[in-house]
Write a protein that binds this ligand. Structure first.
Ligand code: ANZ
Length: 846
C-alpha cells in the first residue's frame, strides 16, 4: 500500500486535461447548455483564499454539469485595469502593463494548480487592446443612441496630488495618499444614462428568481423609487424669480412648512455670484465630500436669500427661502420645502436658524407625543392644523388626498422620482480604457472613427506627474481626425465599465470585428450561475444589467437583457488576528503556541502575542494564508475539500490548520481504501448480497445530486465521510465483485467534482477506459426507505406515521384508521375530504 503522492498525480491530471482539451466549450444545439461564471479577479499578484473558495464553488458546479451531459462554458479572465497597477508602478518605477502581465501569469499558473475545469481558450484580459477596442466601440454606440453624455459634475479633488479621488479614497475628509483636505470641485465628466432605465431595472428584479432576496432588496433600495409630487411655490421679493419647483414625498405636511431651501447650484444662485458672503458659504459647503452619506452627516448649513415663498395651499402663509448644504442639485428639482416637525434634517436646520415648528401630524402613541419636542416625528398619525386635510390618516390617506387637491387646483402633480443617478464613468487616470473621443479647436466633441479603434494607451510613459499622466502625453493626445486638428480625451473609463460586459465577450472572445457574436450569445447567455462576493451586490451587478439594456436599446435582435439567471454570493474566508505588544499586526507564520490558549512569537516564549477575533483575511491585518504554500504542502484536492467543508458556502468560513490537515488525511485515507477495494475486486468473488451497497449508492447519488443543486456543499463533504465509513465496513463482508465495481464507480463519480485529481486516478485504476458521467439514482434499489407522514385532523397535527415503503392514499387511510392515537379524533365521524401531499402529509377533514 503506497502513500498517495498528490504532487505527481495532480500534475499528471492537469496535463491530461490540457492535452485532451477536456473543458472546451462547444456550441452544440442538440445539448442543453450551462454557462458557469465566477467573478473574474483583479490580477493583484497572487491568488488569495477568497479566490480559492469562489473558484472551487464554481468548479464543482461546472464539473457536475459537464458530467450531466451539458455543454458547459466555464471561462476565466482578468479585470486588469485599475489603480493598484498604477500605484505599484509609481512606487517602484515599473510599467503597469508589465506588472499586470507578470501577475496574470503567476495567477493563471496558480489557478491551473487548483485543477479548475476552465476553458483557457476563452481567456480575456480587459487591459488588452483586443478587448477594449470593442468597449470603445460600445461607448460610441451608446453615444450615438444618446445614452452617453458629458456634463459638469462635482468630484473629490485632492489639491496636493492634483487628482480626483474615488469616494473610497477619501478617508476622514482627507486624500488617502497626500493627507490633504479634500475639496469638492466641478469637472467635465462623461456619464452613462443609467437613470433612463430606472423603472426597467427595478421591474427586471421581479424576474430574477435565481437571485438571493437580500441582493434584490439592495438593488431595489439603490434604485430608490419614491412616490410623491412636484409643486410650485410662488416667490415674492426683489429678484426676478417667479417660482421654485420642489419635489416632495409628503405633500400632506404642507401646512407645517416653515422654509424653502435650494441647492447652492440651483439656478437662483446666479443672482448671488458676486456676493462675497455667498461665495464664502459655498466654499464652506465644498468642504464636505460628494457622497450622499457625507452630506447627510455634515452639519446643516444655510444661507438666507431675500426671497419669500408662498404656501401653495394657503397664500396667507409666507416662508423664507434659503440655500442649504443638504439639498442636492441632482435629485428632484434641487429644491425642497422644509417641515421641521416631521423631517429630521429640517428639524436640525430650523433649530439652528430659529424657524417655526408647526406640528401637522398627531402621533398615534402617547409616548411619541412627548418625544416630538426633541426630534422630528415621522411616524403615522392623524393630520392636524391643516384646514381641509385635518383628520385624515397619515401617511396613507393624507398623501393621496393632498396630491388630489393639488392636482385639482393645478398647483402640483403626481411624480415618481428615482434615487439612481447617472453613472459617472470618467477617471483621471492612466491605467484604464481610453475614451474614444477628441475635441476640436472649438472644444466640440469629435468621435474617433470606428476604423481607428482601438485608441491604444501610450506605453513607457512617466507616471510620476501631478494629476493624470495622460495630460502630459502631447505626442499621444494631439491628433487629426478627418484633417481637423484635435486633442484626445485624456480621461479613461471607470473599470466597472470593463466588467459590465465581459460575460458577453467570453462567448466569442476571438471575434476581432465585434464585441460579441450574436449566435454565440444566443446560445450561451444568460449566465446560468454567477458566483461572487456580496460586495458586488449593487454596483457591478446593476451596471451589467444596465449595459445589457443599453446595447439592446434600438437593437431589437439583441437577447433578453438580464445577464445573470442565477446568482450566488459566497461568504468570506476568515482567520484569527494577532498583535504583538506594540499593537502591530502579526501573521500566523510569526507566532506559536503550545496549548492553543497562550501564544507567543516564534522561538521567543517571553514575547506574548494578543489573539484577536477571527476576521476576513486581509493583507492589512496580516491574517492571510497563502494558497500556494497550502497547495504545495497538501495538494489541490485537500484545499478544495477543506474550503468547502465547514460552513455552507454563503456563510463565512473559519480557516483552521487542523481542518486543513484533516482534509489532507481524508485524501490519504481514501486512497488506502481505494487500494483495498481494487484488490478485493481483483479477487473476483461472485458471492454475497449486493442489495445493501446498491441501496447505499443510490441514496448517496440522490443526496449528493441534491446537495450540489442547492449549494449545500458542506453537507456534501459530510456525505463523503459517511461514504468512506460505509465502504470501509462493507468491504469486510463478501460482495459480488461486479456489483462492488459498478457501485464503486458511481460513488467515485459523485465525488469527482470536489476532488477531481484523486478521483480521476481512482477511476482510471478501476477502469482503464475512464468515462465520466453523472449517475442517476435508482429509487427502486433503495431499501428500507422509511417515510414519515404527518397526519392532521381538521388541520391539526395529531401524529406521525412511519412507513417502510411507499403506499397508496387509500392504504394510508386504512392504516390511519388503525392508529390508536388517532382513533378518538375520527371515531364515528364521517371523512368529508382528505388532502394528501405525497409521502409528506395528510390532512383529514371530519
Ligand atoms: C417635504 C417633506 C416633509 C419631506 C416631510 C419629507 C418629510 P426620498 O424619499 O428619498 O425621495 N428632497 C427632495 N428633493 C431633495 C433634494 N434635491 N435634496 C435633498 N432633499 C430633497 O425623499 C424625498 C424627500 O426628500 C422630499 O420630501 C424632500 O423633503 C426631500 F415631513 O418634502 B420632503
Amino acid at each position: 500500500m503506497t502513500r498517495y503522492n498528490f504532487k505527481i498525480i495532480e500534475e499528471k491530471w492537469q496535463n491530461y486535461w490540457v492535452k485532451n482539451n477536456s473543458f472546451k466549450s462547444v456550441v452544440d444545439k442538440n445539448k442543453k447548455k450551462f454557462y458557469s461564471l465566477e467573478m473574474f479577479p483583479y490580477p493583484s499578484g497572487k491568488i488569495h483564499m477568497g479566490h480559492v473558495r469562489n473558484y472551487t464553488i464554481g468548479d464543482v458546479l461546472a464539473r457536475f454539469k459537464m458530467m450531466q451531459g451539458y455543454s458547459v462554458l466555464h471561462p476565466m479572465g482578468w479585470d486588469s485595469f485599475g489603480m493598484p497597477a498604477e500605484n505599484a508602478a509609481k512606487q517602484n518605477d515599473l510599467d503597469p502593463k508589465k506588472w499586470t502581465e507578470k501577475n496574470i501569469k503567476t495567477m493563471r499558473d496558480q489557478l491551473k494548480q487548483l485543477g479548475l475545469s476552465i476553458d483557457w481558450d476563452k481567456e480575456i484580459s480587459t487591459c488588452s487592446p483586443e478587448y477594449y477596442k470593442h468597449q470603445q466601440a460600445f461607448f460610441l454606440e451608446l453615444y450615438d443612441k444618446g445614452l452617453v453624455y458629458r456634463k459638469e459634475n462635482y468630484v473629490n479633488w485632492d489639491p496636493v496630488d492634483e487628482t480626483v479621488l474615488a469616494n473610497e479614497q477619501v478617508i476622514d475628509g482627507r486624500g488617502w495618499r497626500s493627507g490633504a483636505l479634500v475639496e469638492r470641485k466641478k469637472l467635465n465628466q462623461w456619464f452613462f444614462n443609467i437613470s433612463k432605465f430606472s423603472d426597467e431595472l427595478l421591474e427586471g428584479l421581479e424576474t430574477l428568481d435565481g437571485w438571493p432576496n437580500k441582493v434584490k432588496t439592495m438593488q431595489k433600495n439603490w434604485i430608490g423609487k419614491s412616490f410623491g409630487c412636484e409643486l410650485d411655490f410662488e416667490i415674492e421679493g426683489s429678484l426676478p424669480v417667479k417660482n421654485i419647483k420642489c419635489f416632495t414625498t409628503r405633500p400632506d405636511t404642507l401646512f407645517g412648512c416653515s422654509f424653502v431651501a435650494v441647492s447652492i447650484d440651483h439656478p437662483i444662485a446666479r443672482f448671488y455670484e458676486n456676493d462675497k458672503n455667498f461665495l464664502a458659504f459655498k466654499e464652506e459647503c465644498s468642504k464636505t465630500g460628494t457622497t450622499e452619506e457625507s452630506i447627510a452627516q455634515a452639519e446643516k448649513l444655510g444661507f438666507p436669500t431675500s426671497l419669500m415663498a408662498i404656501n401653495p395651499l394657503d397664500p396667507s402663509i409666507k416662508v423664507p427661502v434659503f440655500f442649504a448644504n443638504f439639498v442636492l442639485m441632482d435629485y428632484g428639482f434641487g429644491a425642497i420645502f422644509g417641515c421641521p416637525a416631521h423631517d429630521q434634517r429640517d428639524f436640525d436646520f430650523a433649530k439652528k436658524y430659529n424657524l417655526n415648528f408647526i406640528s401637522v401630524i398627531d402621533p398615534i402613541n402617547e409616548k411619541d407625543k412627548i418625544e416630538t419636542n426633541n426630534k422630528a416625528y415621522t411616524g403615522p398619525g392623524k393630520i392636524i392644523n391643516s384646514k381641509f386635510l385635518n383628520n385624515l390618516n397619515a401617511p396613507d390617506q393624507s398623501i393621496l388626498e393632498a396630491i388630489k387637491i393639488l392636482e385639482e387646483k393645478k398647483l402640483g402633480k403626481k411624480k415618481i422620482n428615482f434615487r439612481l443617478k447617472d453613472w459617472g464613468v470618467s477617471r483621471q487616470r492612466y491605467w484604464g480604457c481610453p475614451i474614444p473621443i477628441a475635441y476640436n479647436d472649438k472644444n466640440e466633441i469629435i468621435k474617433v472613427p470606428l476604423e481607428d479603434l482601438p485608441v491604444k494607451l501610450p506605453e513607457n510613459i512617466n507616471l510620476n506627474t501631478k494629476g493624470n499622466p495622460l495630460d502630459h502625453q502631447k505626442d499621444w493626445f494631439d491628433i487629426q481626425i478627418n484633417g481637423e486638428k484635435c486633442k484626445r480625451e485624456t480621461d479613461t473609463l471607470d473599470t466597472f465599465v470593463d466588467s459590465s460586459w465581459y460575460f458577453l465577450r467570453f462567448c466569442s472572445n476571438k471575434n476581432t470585428k465585434e464585441g460579441f457574436d450574436l449566435d454565440e450569445i444566443k446560445y450561451w447567455m444568460p449566465v446560468d450561475q454567477y458566483i461572487g462576493g456580496v460586495e458586488h451586490a449593487i454596483l457591478h451587478l446593476l451596471y451589467s444589467r444596465f449595459f445589457m439594456r443599453a446595447i439592446k436599446h434600438k437593437r431589437k435582435e439583441f437577447i433578453n437583457p438580464e445577464p445573470f439567471k442565477g446568482l450566488f454570493t459566497q461568504g468570506m474566508v476568515c482567520h484569527e488576528t494577532y498583535k504583538n505588544k506594540n499593537d502591530q499586526w502579526l501573521s500566523p507564520d510569526e507566532i506559536e503556541t503550545n496549548d492553543k490558549i497562550n501564544y507567543h512569537l516564534k522561538g521567543m516564549p517571553d514575547e506574548k502575542v494578543k489573539v484577536g477575533p477571527s476576521e476576513s483575511m486581509s493583507k492589512s491585518k496580516k491574517n492571510t494564508i497563502d494558497p500556494e504554500k497550502i497547495i504545495t504542502n497538501y495538494g489541490a484536492d485537500a484545499v478544495r475539500l477543506f474550503i468547502l467543508s465547514d460552513s455552507p458556502p454563503e456563510k463565512d468560513v473559519q480557516w483552521s490548520d487542523q481542518g486543513m490537515l484533516a482534509s489532507y488525511k481524508f485524501i490519504q485515507k481514501f486512497w488506502l481504501l481505494h487500494k483495498k477495494i481494487i484488490s478485493i475486486i481483483l479477487l473476483k468473488n461472485e458471492n454475497g448480497d449486493s442489495k445493501p451497497i446498491d441501496s447505499f449508492t443510490n441514496i448517496m447519488i440522490d443526496k449528493i445530486t441534491k446537495s450540489i443543486e442547492k449549494f449545500h456543499y458542506n453537507v456534501l463533504v459530510a456525505n463523503f465521510h459517511e461514504t468512506y465509513n460505509y465502504l470501509n465496513k462493507e468491504i469486510e463482508k463478501p460482495i459480488n465483485y461486479l456489483s462492488l465495481s459498478k457501485n464503486y464507480k458511481k460513488i467515485l463519480s459523485i465525488m469527482h467534482p470536489v476532488m477531481p485529481h484523486l478521483i480521476s486516478e481512482c477511476l482510471i485504476e478501476l477502469e482503464p477506459k475512464m468515462s465520466l458521467e453523472w449517475p442517476t439514482a435508482d429509487h427502486k434499489k433503495i431499501l428500507n426507505k422509511s417515510i414519515n407522514i404527518v397526519v392532521q385532523i381538521n388541520g391539526k397535527k395529531r401524529t406521525i406515521i412511519n412507513l417502510e415503503n411507499e403506499i397508496s392514499e387509500s392504504q394510508l387511510i386504512l392504516k390511519i384508521k388503525e392508529e390508536p392515537l388517532i382513533n378518538k379524533f375520527i371515531k364515528n365521524k364521517e371523512f368529508k375530504k382528505t388532502i394528501y401531499i405525497k409521502n409528506k402529509l395528510i390532512n383529514i377533514i371530519v
